[in-house]
Design a protein around this ligand. Sequence first.
Ligand SMILES: NC(=O)CC[C@H](N)C(=O)O
Length: 350
Amino acid sequence: MVRLGLADGAVFEGRCEGPWEPREGETVFTTGSTGYPQGLTDPSYRGQILVFAFPLVGQYGVDEDALESLRPQPEAVVVSRVPETGAGRRFREWLRRAGIPLMEGVDTRALVLHLRDRGTLRGRLGDGSLPRSSRFAPDLVASASCAVPETDPGEGPLAAVLDWGVKESILRRLRERGVRVARLPWNASAREVLALRPRGVLLGNGPGDPQDLLSGPVGTVRELLGRVPLFGICLGMQVLALACGAATEKLPFGHRGVNHPVREEATGRTLLTSQNHGYGVVDASAEGAGLTVTFRHLGDGSVEGIASGAYPAWGVQFHPEAAPGPWDGAFLFDRFVASLDEEGRKGAAA
Ligand SMILES: NC(=O)CC[C@H](N)C(=O)O
């Protein structure tokens, strides 16, 4: 018997196949019914215990072509059921090889409702004792980042990507549009970024609280504002907002899933989006920071997109690269690539 002890004293029971070590993390849930290989390899889940609301997980194995990083990223995975098929066994084996405990047979419906009512809680997968530490390690972003700069060879406009745990699909969406990618470690300075003479900078997704990045990446992005077009995705949007002087906050239980509706404020149209975030930009802080809210979540009205009035800089809280999820937001990559030509060329000439 394995137990998940939550910080409020609640305990959920399940079982783990094979040996496992106790793990702690922020316990979060995703509602996606498909796309678990992409979700589990999204580095934004570092430091978290991921609960699947969908009752059956692992039913189609693990397609190595569909991964967002080299390994599954959460501290532990909690599911109701993995099927006893070859695919299900391959799924279990993949997590086991990565050393990630898979807790099965859990009443995930009750657990998800509990997290939804109480808000995200720290948890400890172990003997039922409460989690010991109260916070995530602040080095989540550093551990998710590439260690050294990597620049694509060849032709094409260059976009720098600040790697705070960037999903591979974000890089793919740029490369398939003819963009050359320079992937830079999480703590690259503005001077290091600009030395590459990029036409634009993409601020990627990543784990943890954006306010942990106030002393490094936020200052870097502040220096980049107005120098080069900036496009932020998820953590990237949060860091951009902080750099502009807006505030971020922890959401009660976050948005994680593949069918989150957002409204584009300029057109009124609705996109179905892929999401994975536990923090958000404080609505009331946007205007004073010179930011327009460009997208809103149709469930809770929270900020899902921002654009600067003063600089070529904008961001979205959802994942336009999907992986997994619908492609409704893919046009945002076209917009970024168009800005590399327009704004980036102006910047390079200046
Ligand atoms: N996907 C992301 O970039 C997540 C951003 C941040 N870690 C959050 O949970 O809000």
